[in-house]
Design a protein around this ligand. Structure first.
Ligand code: PLP
Length: 385
């Protein structure tokens, strides 16, 4: 009676989902599964942000908003870009979306044509190549290695440029690698974009989760060539509220708004007021971020030391809340390694397959220190066997 579209059929089933379903199945069987696979803060949304959401509901701020977001929020985002990133985006060069994910989706559909090539440093977040491919453009990965701390080599990026290259996607701090690109790298990428007329889409959603590196926004080097993506999910522990945003050249933002006007119309009104509180009550929010960052850093140090001691080589990431462990001591194939870890230790990790990270699995340390200790104990059993 129906036939799925070629687009729908082209979507790759995610290896992450396979592991998650298996983990749920084991949980249903009554096993105590520890999930190290989630990509969200384990902290609750800060109280002042929740209160603003509740107030918005009670005050009846529950109707459609302008497509690009309520003006107060766009003003606050414009001020945030200036204050925290040194970026000069006027409120009408900013748009609010249903999560960073939708900002990226709108951006790719606003900027890419079939056959365009998009450079993506790998290991990369799973959604970039999938979203790019949905537009008909061609994702081209530029590998980085654990030995170099997953740092991008601008020469390797330059070598991948062809006459069809239109875009570079950067994600620093990165998911899954935790790598933070230094100013020299960003400067070199900005120069390449300027020389070759490329658009840089920079996903800075983990910007506040940086431990021992300097976080710089590439948009400060090549403003005409950069679209900056960010959101409330990771910084303010607001994953379920679905607020993302973008700043960039006005024509690009206008095209993203046109796309959004024909799809979701606007991000949730209530969530927009909550995000506004997170940005406007800046000091309260920064105290929350500082506490979270301190906790993440301690967990990172523990899990990196623990995994390396077990003979699972794991570079120290400088940002985000993920580590990439080399699991070839357990099995050369990362899908098999993830399966063994789940079945034998009841620990859910994400195989590197979809990140273009062979031989490695991703563990999220957005979980309690007790869980981290227990995971290391259980992995010791697997490695011994
Ligand atoms: N970008 C990266 C690198 C991510 O890891 C995620 C979430 O996992 C997102 C964007 C999207 O987050 P959201 O849509 O919740 O803003």
């Amino acid at each position: 009676p129906f036939r799925l579209s070629a687009r729908a059929q082209s979507l790759k089933p995610s290896a992450t989902v396979a592991v998650t379903s298996r983990a749920l199945e084991l949980q249903r069987q009554g096993l105590d599964v520890i999930s190290m696979s989630v990509g969200e803060p384990d902290f609750d949304t800060p109280p002042h942000v929740k209160a603003a959401g509740i107030a918005a509901i009670e005050e009846g701020k529950t109707k459609y908003t302008p497509v690009s977001g309520i003006p107060e929020l766009r003003e606050a985002i414009s001020a945030k870009f200036r204050r925290e990133n040194g970026l000069d985006y006027a409120p009408n060069a900013v748009t609010v979306t249903s999560g960073g994910k939708q900002a990226l989706f709108n951006a790719f559909f606003a900027l890419l044509n079939p056959g365009d090539e998009v450079l993506i440093p790998a290991p990369h977040w799973v959604s970039y190549p999938e979203m790019v491919a949905l537009t008909g453009a061609v994702p081209v990965t530029v590998p980085t290695t654990p030995q170099q701390g997953f740092q991008l080599d601008p020469d390797a990026l330059a070598a991948a440029i062809t006459p069809r290259t239109r875009m570079v996607i950067l994600n620093s701090p990165g998911n899954p690698t935790g790598a933070v690109f230094p100013p020299e790298t960003l400067r070199a990428v900005a120069d390449l974009a300027t020389q070759h007329g490329l658009m840089i889409v920079t996903d800075e959603i983990y910007e506040h989760l940086v431990y021992d590196a300097e976080q710089v926004s590439i948009g400060t080097y090549a403003p005409e060539h950069t679209l900056t993506i960010n959101g409330a999910s990771k910084a303010y522990a607001m994953t379920g509220w679905r607020i993302g945003y973008a700043g960039g050249p006005r024509e690009v933002i206008a095209a993203m708004n046109a796309l959004q006007s024909q799809s979701t119309s606007n991000a949730s009104s209530v969530s927009q007021y909550a995000a506004l509180a997170a940005l406007e009550q800046h000091e309260e929010t920064m105290r929350f971020i500082d506490r979270a960052r301190t906790a993440y850093r301690e967990r990172r140090d523990r899990i990196v030391a623990g995994l390396n001691a077990l003979g699972l080589p794991t570079p120290t990431p400088q940002g985000a809340f993920y580590v990439m462990a080399d699991t070839r001591a357990i099995h050369t194939d990362e899908l098999e390694a993830a399966r063994i870890i789940l079945d034998e230790a009841q620990v859910a990790v994400v195989p590197g397959t979809d990140f273009a990270a062979p031989g490695q699995v991703r563990l999220s340390y957005a979980t309690s220190m007790d869980n981290i200790e227990e995971v290391l104990r259980r992995l010791e059993g697997v490695v011994r066997r």
